[in-house]
Design a protein around this ligand. Structure first.
Ligand code: BV8
Ligand code: ZN
Length: 249
């Protein structure tokens, strides 16, 4: 099984979705701020937005859907996750599940091999000058351009290590995700409006290679008509019962 998730799986953790009501931030649209052009024009404003999103995550925990997926991941049969989200909640749930199972633990090969954050992470930066990539969880001081985060290696301006609109995804990451989609019997699609590409195509590749799509979303999406089952429900409300019918007893 490949689980493809979008912002909707984190809604019940209190993380605002992109296109839902209330929008993501003030009057800006994500497509206007999550772009290399916006960062080149006004890195301070873009960092203010990412810093605010990073701060907001401090009060957000993985919800029952993240936990059910993390617990079910080792299988058999193996379950893999390709998430569009940059909120780190799948990784957090994986760490908790590994500790619960008292095997491996953060950083085991299991953790590394079956969760792909295809659009990057809020909690990593990349240097615009030398490309240095590293975890970065400190609060961002976006008061002035001078206070923006700088590279420890070369002093270059750091950017969020996320994929912006108009930027290519990491070829290895999206290549692996499509391999997972091709070999999956089922693509469980949770909480995505399925408008962003190439992520949304992962589900159609599973269908085209003989698999099935199952969708969980309170609203219909472009994938609904291709789904064998499309459940009009929420992630935390539906996913646990789907992946763990006897509720872990
Ligand atoms: C690329 C990281 C090329 C940053 C993100 C015209 C047509 C088709 C495509 C395009 C086009 N014009 C441009 C494109 C390409 C563009 C694209 O797809 N645009 C869209 C808007 C049309 N794609 C790109 O630019 C990609 N790159 O194509 O590069 C290229 C190739 C080679 C060389 C150079 C360039 C890069 C896309 C990645 C953008 N980055 N995020 C950040 O987060 O700040 S995308 C962003 O949107 C997030 O990752 C988010 O996850 C993602 C998708 O949104 P969703 O996750 O689906 O969230 P949304 O709010 O939309 O929906 C929430 C859903 O949850 C709803 O359906 C709702 O009903 C549901 N829900 C609500 N509550 C719940 C729930 N479900 C369950 N339970 C609940 N409780
Ligand atoms: Zn650098």
């Amino acid at each position: 099984m490949l689980v493809l998730t979008g912002a909707g799986i984190s809604a019940e953790s209190g993380v605002p979705t992109f296109r839902g009501s209330g929008g993501l931030w003030r009057s800006y649209r994500a497509e206007d701020l999550a772009t290399p052009e916006a960062f080149a024009r006004d890195p301070r404003l873009v960092w203010e937005w990412y810093g605010a999103r990073r701060d907001a995550m401090a009060s957000c925990e993985p919800n029952a859907a993240h936990h059910a997926i993390a617990r079910r991941r080792p299988g058999p049969p193996a379950l893999r996750i390709a998430t569009q989200n940059v909120d780190g909640l799948h990784a957090a749930a994986a760490g908790i599940a590994a500790r619960e199972a008292a095997v491996g633990g953060p950083g085991t090969t299991e953790d590394a091999t079956s969760l792909l954050e295809i659009h990057g992470s809020l909690f990593r930066t990349r240097c615009t000058a030398c490309g240095d990539r590293r975890d970065h969880r400190d609060p961002i001081d976006a008061a002035t351009e001078a206070s923006l985060p700088r590279c420890l290696a070369c002093g270059g301006l750091l950017r969020p290590d996320v994929v912006w609109f108009g930027e290519a995804l990491d070829p290895d990451v999206i290549g692996t995700a499509f391999e997972w989609a091709e070999t999956a019997d089922v693509c469980l699609v949770v909480g995505t409006s399925a408008v962003v590409q190439p992520a949304a195509s992962l589900a159609t590749v599973t269908l085209e290679t003989g698999g099935a799509i199952i969708e969980v979303n309170p609203e219909p999406t472009p994938l609904t008509r291709m789904a064998s089952v499309s459940i009009r429900g929420t992630a935390a409300g539906c996913v646990p019962a789907m992946l763990d019918p006897d509720g872990g007893r």
